[in-house]
Design a protein around this ligand. Structure first.
Ligand SMILES: [Zn+2]
Length: 205
């Protein structure tokens, strides 16, 4: 099976518990520490098999091999990748079975992570995800006071629009933002604006 390590926690004796996102599921697996075992790395794409030992509280990972991406050694890109995964991991932590959408989203993102501003990829992917989950908000009223929106808006968690004076948020142009939600393409935003959108995304899903 193939999956992304979207969460990694230490267990006793340097063993670890990894959460893997595959095209079909989100699963927690146990990994024994061992000199001959390759070290698990958060965010990596791996091929693995599962050893489901009865009596053991968690299935174990075996025959694990890593797939490399050229940007994995670029600290800045890796940090943004980890942040993106943390967001997904906490969103999917209660899920058991998931559609291939999330895995594909990560895979397509990983393939171009070194070819453009990774925060821009996060923005585009985030809107695709909101659309997939039917959570795109393009209503023309403020989430807080329910009055009509103005020319400029501010964004709450999950890109929910509100008046900037209602949430004390940074103001952005409404028309441009709604167009971004519709097209899922961030090309009309410069890197500074992408930074701002990325900050909103990091508030969580
Ligand atoms: Zn308001």
């Amino acid at each position: 099976m193939r999956g992304f390590i979207i969460d990694l926690r230490k267990a006793k004796n340097e063993d670890s518990i990894a959460t893997l996102l595959t095209p079909f599921s989100v699963g927690k697996y146990y990994r024994f520490f061992g000199a001959r075992h390759s070290i698990l790395q958060l965010g990596h794409l791996v091929d693995f098999e599962i050893e489901d030992d009865r009596g053991h509280f968690m299935p174990r990972l075996r025959k694990l091999s890593h797939f490399g991406f050229p940007w994995l050694y670029d600290n800045n890109r890796l940090l943004i990748w980890h942040n993106f995964l943390k967001l997904l991991a906490s969103h999917l932590c209660d899920a058991d079975e998931v559609g291939s959408f999330y895995y594909e989203l990560l895979l397509q993102s990983a393939k171009k992570w070194d070819k453009q501003n990774p925060k821009r990829i996060v923005c585009d992917s985030f809107v695709a995800l909101l659309e997939y989950e039917g959570r795109v908000h393009t209503e023309d009223y403020c989430y807080i006071c329910e009055e009509p929106l103005l020319e400029n808006i501010a964004l709450m968690r999950a890109f929910i629009p509100a008046h900037s004076y209602c949430i004390y948020g940074c103001a952005i142009n409404k028309k441009k933002f709604f167009n971004f939600l519709k097209t899922k393409k961030s090309i009309y935003y410069n890197d500074e604006e992408i930074d701002l959108l990325y900050t909103v995304i990091m508030k969580g899903l």
